[in-house]
Design a protein around this ligand. Sequence first.
Ligand code: PLP
Length: 222
Amino acid sequence: MSVEENLKRIREEIPSGVELVAVSKFHPVEALREAYAAGQRCFGESRVQELVAKEKELPTDIRWHFIGHLQTNKVKQLIGKTSLIESVDSEKLLRLIDKESEKAGVVTNVLMQVHVAREETKFGFYPEELLQFFECRGYETLTATHICGIMGMASNTDDMQRVKADFKAIADIYRTIAANESLGLRGFDKLSMGMSGDWQLAVEEGANIIRIGTAIFGEREY
Ligand SMILES: *Cc1c(COP(=O)(O)O)cnc(C)c1O
């Protein structure tokens, strides 16, 4: 199936109000052009160099989401290039994004990445850590960063009960924070979860951003 056919099929299945991020990491610019020609405008990349290089070659109306682990020494290069950095996994990184955004005179939209999966290797805040960050109003001193919501990943397993429980846990954290009016958050309304193999479950649990790579572009060659 072509990229165009894959996109068409997935779009038909996605309920309205759910944003599809086409995860194009490791795929060549031609593949992104194909998706663009099929109407796709939102792309996800996980490496700064790759996003910056592709951004230069492709139309300016593309909205780029950064979805990978962001090293602090790469932040500066990324600022001003993204519509959303989905993967803020430490307060240090958040502060740096804020500092560099202010310097560049832009506001950067971000999601806080929460870690619920069983793997040791995944990045993100533990749920209690993230709740504490909000309760301590750690966001109030930000001057050039807008926290738009939460991103998370389920455990990498075939056990769909486990995956569903992970999505539910991520959604619970999101809702707990979003519903806490005393925090005074504005525009905190994005919940990004679900990939090629599990996005239907994520949407059932309330995701309004899904990040799909393989089901659009095929297998990646690392
Ligand atoms: C690679 C990646 C995806 C897409 O995964 P697929 O299984 O190819 O759909 C989604 N989210 C993140 C954070 C990723 O790194």
